[in-house]
Structure formats: structure tokens, C-alpha cells
Write a protein that binds this ligand. Structure first.
Ligand code: DC
Length: 230
């Protein structure tokens, strides 16, 4: 798969709050590669469906044509890819509660995964890519030159997600609620039959519980350099 490509593909997979997107984005910047946040594609489809008023219990019956008609696309930018819905880059609602609550339900559907597979692979056509998600190293880019799997303690993951939403000093109750929500999403993402979240064979496993973002980025960049692929 690397033959004819302009450079390597690096995959960063892991559960919610493990630090994937932040790490992958910054590692890509340092390496001079593009970054692909595949979760944003699943979120964009979820947003498009919610906006269209299609009720979630009808989503399992969506056909490939109906999914394609939602017009979710990726457009290359100097540092990565813009995810667009009907030509528009979505705002903060992409990461809002409504989308977060429904995205796992959508992402387990085979027709959805099939529709997004081509988009993700097209983003990797020229190589020099750091792609993060749940199945980057297992399904989307199984021949990636470097694979990383991030894990972290559940309470730490909850703390990071709350911090992202501006809650710097969460109460024990907030932490407990957030951890429960993450666990539910993890369970859905790792027990689904299509492309479940799992460690890719040969991936470097990194526990980020006690690492700073800087240290996580350093691990990925070092692994790429060590592999002699940058
Ligand atoms: O990384 P995130 O929280 O933005 O991802 C949103 C959801 O999308 C997540 O619950 C699982 C799904 N997802 C997926 O199934 N496969 C991917 N490669 C990326 C995300």
C-alpha cells in the first residue's frame, strides 16, 4: 500500500478521551504531515441527520444513497482536512451534547461505515498522514507503516472531556457521570460487530494517564522517526 504513496501513514486509535485527536494533530504538525480526525466524519453525518429531522430509530434503515445524499465530504487544507456538510464546515455543534449522545448509534451501522471508508482512504492517498479514530489501524489503513493505540484510566479520560467543555474543577459527581457516559460509549464502540474498537496488531500501546500532551506527541513522533519513515 505504501508503493506509489508520497510517504507513510500513521494511525492513532483509542477510546474516547485517550488523547487521540490532540496527539495526532500535533504529531502531524511536527512531522509536516496532514491530520485526519475520522471521528469528525461520524459526527458530521450524525449532525446532518439530526438537522434533517430523521429520527434516530430510522437510521438503521438508511440506504447508502440516502447517506451519500447528506453530502459529507473532506477537503484538504494545508494542515489536514476540513469536514464539510453540504459544503459548509460545521461549528461547535459538531462536538455538542446532541451529536455526542447519538454518534455511537450511527457509527455501528454497516452502510455508514461503508460510506465513510472511501472518504477516509482518499485522505490517505498521498501518504504523509496521521489519522486518528477507532479503526484506523485495523480497517481503514491496515497497511499503515506506524500504528499507535492510546489508552488511559477512565477517571482521567472523564476529567479531560470535562476540561474540554470548560469544567476545570469537576465535582466527584460530575466526574462519575462523565465516566459513566464514556464507558457506555466505549462499550458500544468496542462491542459492535462492524469495525469494533480494538488494538491493531503490531500497534505501539501507550498509556497516557500520567503523560502530558507534549509527552504523548513525543512518543508518536519518535516512533515515526524510529521506523525511518519520516
Ligand atoms: O473520537 P470522537 O469522540 O470524535 O468519535 C465520535 C464517535 O465516532 C465515536 O463514538 C465512535 C465513532 N468513530 C468510529 O466509530 N470510528 C472512527 N474511526 C472514529 C470515530
Amino acid at each position: 500500500m505504501s508503493v506509489g504513496r508520497g510517504g507513510p501513514i500513521v494511525t492513532v486509535d483509542g477510546p474516547a478521551g485517550s488523547g487521540k485527536s490532540t496527539t495526532a494533530r500535533e504529531a502531524a504538525r511536527r512531522l509536516g504531515f496532514r491530520h485526519l480526525d475520522s471521528g469528525a466524519l461520524y459526527r458530521a453525518l450524525t449532525l446532518a441527520l439530526l438537522d434533517s429531522g430523521t429520527p434516530p430509530d430510522a437510521w438503521p434503515r438508511l440506504t447508502r444513497e440516502e447517506i451519500d445524499a447528506l453530502n459529507v465530504a473532506v477537503a484538504p487544507t494545508p494542515s489536514g482536512f476540513d469536514v464539510r456538510v453540504a459544503g459548509r464546515v460545521p461549528g461547535p455543534e459538531l462536538r455538542g451534547d446532541a451529536v455526542t449522545a447519538q454518534v455511537s448509534q450511527l457509527s455501528r451501522l454497516p452502510a455508514v461505515r461503508a460510506a465513510l471508508l472511501g472518504l477516509q482512504r482518499s485522505a490517505g492517498r498521498e501518504g504523509r498522514l496521521v489519522a486518528d479514530g477507532r479503526d484506523m489501524g485495523t480497517v481503514v489503513f491496515p497497511d499503515a507503516e506506524v500504528k499507535v493505540f492510546l489508552v488511559a484510566d477512565i477517571t482521567e479520560r472523564a476529567r479531560r472531556r470535562l476540561l474540554e467543555r470548560g469544567v476545570a474543577r469537576p465535582s466527584d459527581e460530575q466526574l462519575r457521570d462523565e465516566a459513566a457516559a464514556i464507558e457506555l460509549r466505549d462499550r458500544r464502540d468496542s462491542t459492535r460487530s462492524e469495525s469494533p474498537l480494538r488494538r491493531p496488531e503490531g500497534a505501539l500501546v501507550v498509556d497516557t494517564t500520567h503523560l502530558t500532551v507534549e509527552e504523548q506527541v513525543e512518543v508518536v513522533v519518535r516512533e515515526v522517526r524510529r521506523s525511518g519513515r519520516s
